[in-house]
Ligand binder design. Structure first.
Ligand code: SF4
Length: 357
């Protein structure tokens, strides 16, 4: 029988356009809950290959300047990167593995839902729930590609937090990569906390953390308020969305004071971006929020970003680049070049404008 080596797999992955490649043996997932374990998906699994691709730094330029939103959603978030740029080469890699007689399960890196009330019961006695969500960031740590930073963002030495991941579960036994030393990338500088206007990331002084153990290493990060994160990121945040200022006169909702769950935040923000309203003189577009609707469209009907990871990504990689932690450097200097913008939380209402006339 033909043999396939780890080196061949790695070279093939990079030749297909992927930037990151690492392998975890299945034993590294022994602490994973059943509804998040690769073994629940493929009981004969021996290895999890995690692959990834960088998000180009320029994907955020328009949002950082407050002038142009589609690039991040289309190229850096859900649109092409999470729907095509990673998955086409990953699928080719899975085909290569199966050409050599091993089974390969390519896994879409969906977000692990906070609300587990929707988990489906097992389809047969003794089986795992019929709704397994592998945590791709933890898989990335287990495969030695990087670590999870304080803000819960996955980060690598090469690109910092500017990466997206996916994985293949296989019954091919592959030598695992060494784990990254905890704290060797994230230095707990708290720039992410400062940059997140939603106040979703706790300060280290608050002692709100999540910990996982893989082999002899403990990884720890801040217990992020996912309701505020989701609400701000997906467009419930007037401080970060000029589109709210156009379509919701009178809005006055400070995200940092909200305490809704992640699921409720999605329900709220996605309702605003997906649905229409009658065309009127006051609201001629016919959409609840025209700008968010078109961003959702750029996300290829998947997901979209309005707030654009102000703290957890932009503040973070700006800091790590300055410090020289990230291997990829830029001739033009710092990413954050100008005073950062935030809009007023309270959106000037029509009545208020008329009063001033
Ligand atoms: S900004 Fe980045 S490096 Fe600094 S604490 Fe946050 S995640 Fe860690």
């Amino acid at each position: 029988m033909k043999t396939l080596t780890k080196q061949q797999l790695k070279e093939f992955a990079f030749a297909q356009g992927l930037d990151l490649f690492g392998v975890a043996n299945i034993e590294r997932f022994k602490n994973a809950p059943r509804d998040m374990s690769p073994v629940s998906i493929f009981p004969e699994a021996k290895s999890v290959i995690v692959i990834g691709k960088r998000i180009v730094r320029g994907a955020w330029r328009g949002i950082e300047e407050g002038t142009y939103w589609p690039t991040y959603t289309y190229f850096g978030y859900h649109g092409m990167l999470n729907s095509y740029f990673i998955h086409y080469p990953m699928y080719e890699l899975a085909c290569l593995i199966e050409d050599y007689g091993y089974e390969a399960v390519p896994v879409y890196p969906g977000v692990t839902a906070e609300d587990r009330a929707t988990v489906l019961p097992p389809v047969r006695r003794g089986a795992s729930p019929a709704d397994v969500h592998l945590n791709i960031r933890i898989a990335g740590v287990a495969a030695g590609i990087g670590e999870i930073g304080w803000s819960k963002i996955f980060m690598t030495k090469k690109f910092g937090p500017r990466v997206r991941l996916a994985c293949i579960i296989t019954d091919m036994k592959i030598e695992p990569d060494p784990l990254v030393e905890p704290g060797s990338i994230c230095d707990k500088c708290m720039q992410c906390v400062k940059g997140c206007s939603a106040c979703a990331i706790p300060h280290r002084k608050e002692n709100k953390t999540v910990k996982i153990q893989i082999e002899d290493k403990t990884y720890e990060w801040g217990d992020v308020h996912m309701g505020r994160c989701t609400l701000s990121y997906h467009g419930g945040d007037s401080e970060n969305s000029p589109f709210i200022h156009r379509d919701f006169p009178g809005w006055n909702m400070k995200v940092s004071e909200q305490d809704m769950s992640e699921e409720t935040a999605y329900k709220f923000a996605w309702t605003l971006s997906q649905n229409n309203w009658r065309k009127s003189k006051e609201h001629p577009s016919g959409w609840l929020n025209e700008g968010h609707h078109y961003l959702h469209h750029w996300g290829e009907a998947g997901s979209y970003g309005v707030e654009g990871s102000r703290g957890c990504m932009r503040s973070c990689f700006n800091h790590l680049e300055k410090k020289g932690t990230i291997e990829q450097t830029f001739k033009g200097g710092d990413f954050i070049k100008r005073e950062r913008w935030l809009l007023p939380c309270k959106v000037a209402g029509i009545r208020a404008e008329k009063k001033n006339e």
